[in-house]
Design a protein around this ligand. Sequence first.
Ligand SMILES: Cc1cc2nc3c(=O)[nH]c(=O)nc-3n(C[C@H](O)[C@H](O)[C@H](O)COP(=O)(O)O)c2cc1C
Length: 248
Amino acid sequence: MCDKNETLELLMKRKSMRVYEEREVPAPIKKQILEASLRAATAGNMTLYTVIDVTKQSLKDMLAVTCDHQPFIASAPLVLIYCADYRRWIQAFRQVEEEVRHPSYGDFMLAASDAVIAAQTAVTAADALGLGTCYIGDILENYEKHRELLHLPDYVVPVAMVVGGYPTLQQKERRQTSRFASEDIVHENRYDLEKSDRMMEMLEEKEDWKEDLQGHLRSFCARKWNCAFSEEMSRSVKAMLDAWVNAQ
Ligand SMILES: Cc1cc2nc3c(=O)[nH]c(=O)nc-3n(C[C@H](O)[C@H](O)[C@H](O)COP(=O)(O)O)c2cc1C
């Protein structure tokens, strides 16, 4: 049996929180969250991202619409958008080299990884300071609109968004969502098809799914896969990547 560990306890009790008290996150607390976020690992120690701290209410209101109509975004005291960003480095390289190649797909993956790792570090820091947070995947939609709203130049694209604040009691007391067993998700040394093929059993083991597995799966597929938001996300990410690799 391992000793009690504060960090692990914090990680094990994490959940998304979507309703916040009507009070601001004090500036020194926000600073601590952002400083912790910047301490995350970063490829080549290049900090290949920019964080947009959204403080303007009218911008939050817009994002609540453009990010698939999620009104709670507008009432979140903390709204952070993590953008993959090569602009700073390209500009610097151009100061010393005549020929500087444009960022491509590999560069995008590195910068996007940097941005997501920094975002998750902000989530953990916020949790540690008593806040609650939620990711907003829909920042990947409406690329053209978000580019305009956030004044994003070439080589800068939004990849992750985190909203948060001090959670209401109801949110704090809400049950955690379930997860698949680690034995099903962790494979040793090679991809294990047998484990992967257990998916229907894995779903049946979910407490709230087992009663009507087929029905649950059908409606989940309609909500999360065969749906308008995922189509828009793919269109938008393609436009974003096309702009990324074709920028002059
Ligand atoms: C990449 C990503 C995108 C997400 N996007 C949204 C979102 O747009 N809206 C939302 O309410 N929750 C969003 N979530 C939160 C998930 O719905 C949540 O993590 C999941 O249901 C598990 O619940 P838990 O975080 O409370 O454990 C997102 C999470 C991730 C990791």
